[in-house]
Design a protein around this ligand. Structure first.
Ligand code: 2RA
Length: 365
């Protein structure tokens, strides 16, 4: 596959801070005649969003291979005005797609990702199956796309709450070196899936829901549990934030503790983050640094009551950062508030950005 130098320059511009909207207009046409893309879990919340993001970003797809559960095989999925038949997993493997975007749960990924890889497909997997596997890369393009090589055939897409946080942390880590992070999350029900959205909507409309994604009512509530509890008293979601952050940022010395909470919101996850640095910082310099970092939009005008909210982040690809202020209780420490659409930058957009990076850098078969 040959990539023109113009495309390469545009891509480099993007990662060294140019407008995301402009970037999304670029067509990733390659000199190759075909680009077969499989979307595994194409009918789920994230799979649907992956298709939407691929279409919006003018990702050059010559053949779409949607994959879903057996009961959906043969049904039609419309992508950019054309209908595509839903494939079974084996049919999709036999089609040898160039790239497969997986969002069908951990057990599906464990069973099938390597089978796609064996036929030459590069898998970008949104489940937690491979994230902490030392042989697999865990990638947020703005932070560590440089770790990718052509040999990476199964690439892990991080957890949504981790992705949005590391996008904001990395530029500050480079400049001031992060010592410790204390994060509390306020996570959208869309992170759980369709069942949770239905539960919230039913409760909101009728006060009760027969369909229950959570043990408790979610409307008018806050549930301090995301995923299952582990032996250390933390939830799996909390430990994902701890472990994935170190792996993506390539620094095991970063100390991190998390409390993750589900709230009756759709549109995005919010995070209150307390950051302690090795070096002293200037608050205006921090704001300027974030405002000029790729994938971040600074929304920090307390005088005008402008700050990030899920309502504004919804259906956007960027990470929104605001409420940046010095922690007056100890030196070299600040507080900030990070919001992003968990289905987009937290899942689909990040996966598609990895695919774009692989293509532009000639890292797929
Ligand atoms: C959640 N982080 O919000 C999960 C989804 N990957 O539940």
């Amino acid at each position: 596959m040959i990539i023109t130098s113009k495309k390469r320059n545009l891509f480099i511009n993007y990662f060294f801070n140019v407008d995301l909207q402009f970037f999304s207009l670029i067509t990733f046409a390659t000199q190759k005649n075909e680009m077969k893309i499989a979307v595994v879990g194409a009918t789920g919340l994230v799979g649907t969003k992956m298709l939407q993001v691929l279409a919006e970003r003018n990702f050059e797809v010559t053949e779409l291979i949607p994959v879903a559960s057996e009961k959906s095989v043969g049904k039609l999925i419309n992508f950019k005005g054309k209908d595509y038949k839903v494939h079974s997993m084996q049919q999709a493997i036999d089609a040898k797609p160039h790239i497969a975007l997986f969002s069908a749960g951990g057990s599906t990924s464990l069973e099938f990702a390597e089978k796609f890889a064996a036929v030459g497909t590069t898998v970008i997997d949104n489940s937690s199956a491979w994230r902490m596997d030392p042989t697999k890369k865990l990638v947020v393009p703005e932070v560590n796309a440089n770790v990718l090589t052509k040999a990476d055939k199964v690439i892990a897409n991080p957890n949504c709450s981790t992705i949005q946080m590391v996008v904001a942390l990395m530029p500050l880590h480079k400049k001031y070196k992060i010592k410790r992070v204390v994060v509390s999350t306020y996570q959208s029900v869309t992170g759980t899936g369709v069942k949770a959205v239905n539960q919230l909507m039913n409760e909101r409309e009728k006060g009760t829901s027969e369909e229950m994604a959570y043990k408790y009512k979610i409307d008018m509530n806050a549930i301090p549990q995301i995923d299952v509890f582990l032996d250390n008293g933390y939830t799996k979601e909390e430990m994902k934030m701890v472990n994935e952050t170190k792996k993506i940022m390539g620094d095991n010395s970063i100390q991190l503790t998390a409390t993750t909470v589900r709230i009756p919101v759709m549109g995005g996850h919010s995070e209150s983050v307390n950051l302690e640095f090795e070096s002293e910082f200037d608050i205006q310099e921090v704001k300027d640094l974030l405002a000029n970092s790729p994938g971040i939009i600074l929304q920090d005008e307390p005088a005008n009551q402008i700050y990030p909210m899920p309502m504004w982040a919804h259906d956007k690809d960027e990470v929104f950062v605001g409420r940046i202020r010095r922690d007056e209780s100890q030196p070299k420490t600040l507080n900030m508030w990070i919001v992003s659409d968990n289905l987009r930058k937290g899942a689909a957009t990040n996966a598609v950005q990895i695919a774009e990076y692989l293509i532009v850098n000639n890292l797929i078969n």
